[in-house]
Design a binder for this molecule. Structure first.
Ligand SMILES: Cc1cc2nc3c(=O)[nH]c(=O)nc-3n(C[C@H](O)[C@H](O)[C@H](O)COP(=O)(O)O)c2cc1C
Length: 273
């Protein structure tokens, strides 16, 4: 039997459920060790203030204290599970990415990436790919589990879930947050694809459920990635002096951007494509 390491961070437990289903059929060929990355700093449910408070350190990729245990010295294959926070890899996962233990585990080893996201994962994925390849990992497959709600209503549903712990809101107009249970339960189908990917020469990239047209516009995502970096640098200036008021300005800006600017940028992007 070969050895598989599945390392992931999951604030809500959703990604934990996804990776558990994902590797169900791997147990025929692999001994599977799960490593959950834990952080005492980030809770679920979280408050509105805590949600925005993660922003500057996440975007600036400043590591936080995490706990994890990797059982074996050496693995044949590594599966990594992560999620975007403000378009960047979540802070606990990014801290793991910077650890010596992770660098050692992935060196010259095939790596499969499993992501759960609301709708905008591309930048966080690029950041993770760069780090993994820098440390000698060979990415064979990328599997993105995403939501299907619209950009703005989806954001409200996500907030409702994160702040109350409930995926389904009592308001009929608000779609349920997160990945649908049906897709989570069938994640092993994609796990089998990942097993096959290990023997393929080309890396495979699967988005679940599939998207025919751009879900969030690339134009808007690019705009937001650059602006987020500028905001994070501004908030962190002079050792985070006036952090609370700067975060308040950021909150106002992000809500205006999401509800007013994003539809305009997406429209402009559709016209130019
Ligand atoms: C602070 C914060 C920021 C988030 N930012 C994004 C984002 O930029 N893009 C996105 O698709 N999802 C975003 N999400 C949703 C998460 O990526 C993820 O899907 C959700 O939190 C599921 O939790 P889990 O993966 O920790 O189990 C964010 C969540 C949090 C808590």
């Amino acid at each position: 039997m070969k050895n598989l390491l599945v390392a992931y961070y999951s604030q809500t437990g959703q990604l934990k459920e996804i990776v558990t289903h994902f590797v169900k059929q791997w147990s025929e060929f692999y001994t599977i060790d799960f490593t959950e990355i834990k952080s005492d700093q980030y809770h679920f449910p979280m408050t509105y203030k805590q949600f925005f408070d993660v922003f500057p350190e996440t975007v600036l990729k400043q590591p936080c204290k995490i706990h994890f245990e990797i059982e074996k010295e050496d693995y044949d294959t590594v599966i990594l599970g992560f999620q975007p926070w403000f378009l960047y890899p979540s802070r606990p996962f990014n801290s793991f990415l910077q650890s010596e233990a992770l660098k050692k585990a992935i060196r010259n080893k095939p790596v499969i990436l499993v992501i759960d996201a609301r709708n905008s994962w591309r930048n966080s994925l690029n950041e993770v790919i760069i780090e993994i390849e820098k440390h000698g990992g060979i990415i064979k497959g990328i599997f993105v589990f995403r939501e299907i709600s619209k950009n703005r209503t989806g954001f409200i549903s996500l907030c409702y879930w994160l702040f109350t712990g409930k995926k389904k809101s009592p308001f009929k107009l608000l779609p349920a947050a997160g990945i649908s249970q049906e897709i989570i339960d069938k994640a092993d189908i994609y796990g089998v694809e990942a097993l096959k990917a290990l023997t393929e020469p080309e890396r495979i990239y699967t988005v679940i459920p599939p998207v025919n047209k751009e879900f969030t516009s690339i134009g808007y995502e690019r705009y937001a990635v650059n602006k987020y970096l500028e905001w994070a640098e501004y908030i962190s200036k002079n050792n985070y002096k006036h952090r609370r008021s700067k975060l308040l300005f950021f909150r106002i800006w992000i809500l205006i951007t999401l509800f007013v600017l994003s539809p305009l940028i997406a429209k402009k992007n559709r016209k130019t494509n």
